[in-house]
Design a protein around this ligand. Structure first.
Ligand code: AMP
Ligand code: TRP
Length: 339
């Protein structure tokens, strides 16, 4: 059976970008057709300045939202990355296979490091090594597919390279995975700055729709979206990034393609109004289920406990195998007590 692994970082409240680019596909398609693992990858949230209490709260919230999105813990394994030691164990081995040049070429690292330096801050070493930890997340489970938005495809390519290199040097150990981004909305853009990604860690919230925003807030954000010069609502990402983003969001909500909606709207206003209603309707059931789940936090806790148990069992043999393959001496098991 195909195995799927994907994750979400608890660095901010989940956005419409996270949902359309990743989580919706996990809930609606992936969990039904494959053995799926979805992780709150909290170790990744420590790569930039963070507040410990906030990371804890966001981790719980992200887990609740994954369940509210319809991920069924009886079907898929939902867990918190730091509850399973195998990720960190494997990450170190992969650091011994990756090169520093490879890490420095990662677009996300270059962008985030430049932003941090521009603010006069320092760059955590873990920001540089982060893609190796991500590779460990995926390879520990021998996942075949990694459903992620466009911004993560370079990291999945690196994961493939590391898996192949390890297998070649030390013997067949890992499955070489591939990224499976959604066909529509693989890169939802910020409503106020449609040339940059809608990202949950950005400071300004006016261009970001959060999954838990009140319907009126969602409407306001979409109605105030920055559009382009001219008045034709045509799909052209380069010439009309704002309008194209709205067409893409609307198409994703309705299950069509943005090309098919191109030129259909007479005015930007009409497009915005439809997009706003479509997003509000899309998020309504999710918000309702989230509210129900919030009433019983012990349920979510139990899901995460069982998820971590299952994940550990799946990852342990592969990571132990990698330790042996790379040349580490297995620890002698303690003698069994005589009964
Ligand atoms: P992150 O928020 O970086 O943890 O991302 C979790 C998942 O959501 C990843 O698969 C990302 O590729 C995806 N994602 C995040 N932001 C967007 C966006 N603006 N558009 C599409 N997918 C996104
Ligand atoms: N790096 C991913 C992001 O920023 C999150 C992530 C961490 C992930 N480990 C993963 C995604 C493994 C897929 C598989 O969105």
């Amino acid at each position: 059976m195909t195995r799927i692994f994907s994750g979400v970082k608890p660095t901010g409240h989940l956005t419409l970008g996270n949902y359309l680019g990743a989580v919706r596909q996990w809930a609606e398609v992936d969990q039904y057709r494959a053995d799926s693992l979805f992780s709150i990858v909290d170790l990744h949230a420590l790569t930039v300045e963070h507040d410990p209490g906030r990371v804890r709260r966001l981790s719980r919230q992200a887990a609740t939202l994954l369940l509210a999105s319809g991920i069924d813990p009886e079907r898929a394994t939902v867990f918190v990355q730091s509850h399973v030691d195998e990720h960190a164990r494997l990450s170190y081995l992969l650091e011994c296979v990756a090169t520093d040049g490879e890490m420095r070429r990662m677009i996300q690292y270059k962008e985030k490091a430049a932003r941090e330096r521009a603010r006069g801050g320092s760059v955590r070493l873990s920001l540089l090594t982060y893609p190796v930890l991500m590779a460990a997340d995926i390879l520990a489970y021998r996942a075949d597919e990694v459903p992620v938005g466009d911004d993560q495809t370079q990291h999945v390519e690196l994961t493939r390279d590391l898996a192949e290199r390890f297998n070649q040097r030390y013997g067949p150990t890992f499955v070489v995975p591939r990224a499976t981004p959604p066909k529509v909305a693989a890169r939802v853009m910020d409503l106020q700055d449609p040339t940059s990604k809608m990202g949950k860690s950005h400071e300004a919230g006016a261009g970001i729709v959060y999954l838990l925003d009140e319907p009126d807030v969602v409407r306001k954000k979409i109605l105030r979206a920055v559009t382009d010069s001219g008045s034709e609502a045509v799909f052209d990402r380069d010439a009309k990034p704002g309008v194209s983003n709205l067409l893409e969001i609307l198409a994703a909500c309705r299950g069509g393609s943005p090309e098919a909606l191109s030129g259909v709207y007479e005015s930007y206003g009409a497009l915005k109004a439809d997009a706003a209603e479509a997003v509000v309707e899309l998020l309504r059931p999710l918000r309702e289920r989230h509210k129900e789940l919030m009433a019983d936090p012990s349920y979510v806790e139990e899901v995460l406990r069982r998820g971590a148990e299952r994940a550990r069992e799946m990852a342990r043999p592969t990571v132990d195998g990698a330790y042996r393959a790379i040349g580490l001496l297995p620890a002698a098991s303690s003698p069994q007590p005589v009964t």
